[in-house]
Design a protein around this ligand. Structure first.
Ligand code: PL3
Ligand code: FE2
Ligand code: FE2
Length: 247
């Protein structure tokens, strides 16, 4: 933290209690514009977590060997949906569920199509790589501007999400040669619809103090890292990501 020499004493309200969280001016959570933006963003979060819960239940059926583990991960998503909707309730804000369902519909539809044709790889990539990287990037960038009620909840959820990513990485890594082509195909189909969700929230993110550009960069980093972990070479991963994001 840098404090200008002209004002050696920082204003108390600007001092972050957690040294790992960067210093930010707190947005006014009671303003009408904040409340409307939060309603749309929290809607996307709650719908995303609820869909994640359903997706893990479907994965548990598709991969019976890991059924118990996948049901446990799905249970965590149900808890996330409840805990993160409490963040809106705490501000007296009602999440915009209708808009969020519309935004998530193409990605959820793609998951269902994969599930129906027995494309387990497609299902694992959509939920455990794409949705989870999206969640990790989003919660990471929300954390420094979260209010006092939402911050510890978001921090705990963020830790859980990395377990979900780990599951998908391990599953794909174990059978990389057999699944690589299917991974690339589903990335090209599913990443553009994920960016559409992000694009729809850009103005609202700015209103609540988030930096959409930073979120996008952090999503790209998370995804690139995941692809490398499962077996892609780094330039191969970068090329796939570039192609998918340009669509
Ligand atoms: C999988 O575990 C969950 C999928 C949820 C995706 C959330 C995307 C969130 C978009 C940006 C806003 C983050 C702000 C958080 C506010 C409570
Ligand atoms: Fe979650
Ligand atoms: Fe998750």
């Amino acid at each position: 933290m840098t404090v200008s020499p002209a004002s050696p004493i920082a204003p108390a309200a600007l001092v972050s209690p957690d040294p790992r969280v960067p210093l930010q001016a707190a947005p006014d959570t009671t303003s009408e514009s904040y409340r409307q933006a939060y309603s749309r963003i929290n809607g996307v979060v709650v719908v995303g977590e609820t869909l994640a819960h359903h997706h893990f239940r479907r994965l548990a059926r598709a991969i019976p060997d890991d059924g118990a583990e996948l049901l446990r991960l799905g249970q965590m998503e149900g808890n996330h949906a409840r805990e993160l909707s409490a963040c809106a309730r705490n501000l007296g804000v009602r999440p915009d569920i209708r808009l969020a369902k519309q935004l998530f519909a193409p990605l959820h539809q793609l998951f269902r199509q994969c599930d129906e044709r027995g494309d387990i790889t497609g299902c694992v990539v959509i939920q455990c790589l794409i949705v989870e990287c999206f969640a990790v990037a989003a919660y990471r960038s929300y954390l420094p501007v979260a209010d006092a009620f939402a911050r510890p909840i978001t921090a705990a959820v963020l830790e859980d999400e990395s377990q979900h990513l780990d599951y998908g990485e391990a599953w794909l890594k174990q059978r990389f040669a057999a699944v690589q082509a299917a991974v690339s195909t589903i990335c090209l189909q599913a990443l553009p619809t994920t960016l559409t969700i992000l694009r729809a929230l850009v103005d609202d993110m700015r209103v609540i103090g988030m930096d959409p550009q930073e979120l996008l960069a952090s999503f790209g980093e998370c995804f690139q890292e995941a692809l490398e972990t499962i077996g892609y070479g780094s330039s191969e991963a970068a090329r796939l990501l570039r192609r998918a994001m340009a669509t």
